[in-house]
Design a protein around this ligand. Structure first.
Ligand SMILES: Nc1ncnc2c1ncn2[C@@H]1O[C@H](COP(=O)(O)OP(=O)(O)O)[C@@H](O)[C@H]1O
Ligand SMILES: [Mg+2]
Length: 281
């Protein structure tokens, strides 16, 4: 150690002016984002906001046609393999093979991600244990419940010991107990390893509870950023409200009338999310 001021730690993810269009549809439209090392960062927004597209650019599954994306300082456009080795990814679409056992599914990822042969069996076993699937490991994934499948996919993403775990709507469609379960396993791994987590969700209640910081995304751009508490307090102060607003109220405020149309999801999705949240909460 010297007396010099230590350099600021490199960010886990930075997106600068990220743009991605499908034809005329600018799905991601000048996205600026920084995810700090070790935090759980939530990318929130209604269906069609551009969350999945942005995430895919970070994972290098999509190119970066405009702007820059860095993962622990590595350029996602120019150092794709280096970036891929740093991250684990659970896509929005289910990706486990129902004709294989849980253990075989995870072993497949261990091979694909180059986990050294001699370590594979032990690493696969640890990943399954980390998500609470040891007892079910040798059953076909086709017999698993929705929550178990999600946890299996988590094990697949964890087996390469990623520094950054990226989860796209990890709890969509799960019952409340299974949702809590998925989050508790994520948090346990994070506590043990210091892994950074970047997660997308349109469940605002969940983000409020589990994310250190959130970005509210709407029409391809970040419209508000902060800790859930900061965002809720900020709205309360601006409105002089005598109650603490929910994160969803903040989102409604930020997106304004822009949510009240039908282009790529919007107000109706948010409203139904709220109904769901009320029903389950
Ligand atoms: N493969 C695709 N082809 C054409 N348009 C797409 C494709 N994927 C997404 N889009 C469009 O891009 C926009 C953003 O979608 P997406 O990134 O999936 O949003 P989110 O994950 O927030 O729901 C939407 O308008 C969607 O219809
Ligand atoms: Mg999506």
């Amino acid at each position: 150690m010297t007396g010099d001021t230590p350099a600021a730690p490199v960010e886990a993810v930075t997106c600068t002016g990220l743009g991605y269009a499908f034809g005329d549809n600018r799905a991601v439209d000048g996205l600026d984002l920084a995810v700090h090392q070790g935090e759980v960062f939530g990318l929130l927004g209604p269906n069609g906001a551009g969350k999945t597209t942005a995430i895919r650019c970070v994972t290098t599954l999509l190119p970066v046609p405009a702007g820059t994306v860095r993962v622990f300082g590595r350029d996602a456009a120019r150092e794709r393999m280096a970036v891929r080795r740093l991250l684990g990814y659970v896509p929005q679409q289910l990706s486990a093979d129902s004709g294989l056992t849980g253990r075989e599914n995870v072993a497949l990822f261990a091979r694909v991600f180059d986990v050294p042969r001699r370590e594979r069996a032990a690493r696969v076993g640890r990943a399954l244990s980390a998500v609470g699937l040891t007892d079910a490991a040798d059953r076909l994934a086709g017999t698993y419940s929705g929550g178990m499948i999600r946890r299996l996919e988590l094990a697949q993403a964890l087996v390469s010991a990623p520094r950054l775990l990226i989860l796209d709507e990890p709890t969509i469609g799960l019952d409340p107990i299974a949702r809590t379960d998925v989050w508790e396993h994520i948090n346990a791994v994070r506590a043990a390893t210091g892994m950074t987590v970047l997660v997308t969700t349109h469940y605002m209640d969940e983000a409020d509870q589990y994310c250190d910081r959130v970005a509210l995304m709407h029409r391809g751009r970040v419209r508000a950023l902060g800790t859930p508490a900061e965002l809720r307090r900020g709205l309360a102060e601006r409105e002089g409200a005598d109650f603490l607003p929910t994160l969803e109220d903040v989102f409604r405020d930020v997106a304004g009338s822009g949510l009240d149309d039908h282009s790529g999801g919007g107000f109706r999705d948010v409203r139904s999310t709220r109904r769901t949240a009320r029903r389950v909460g």
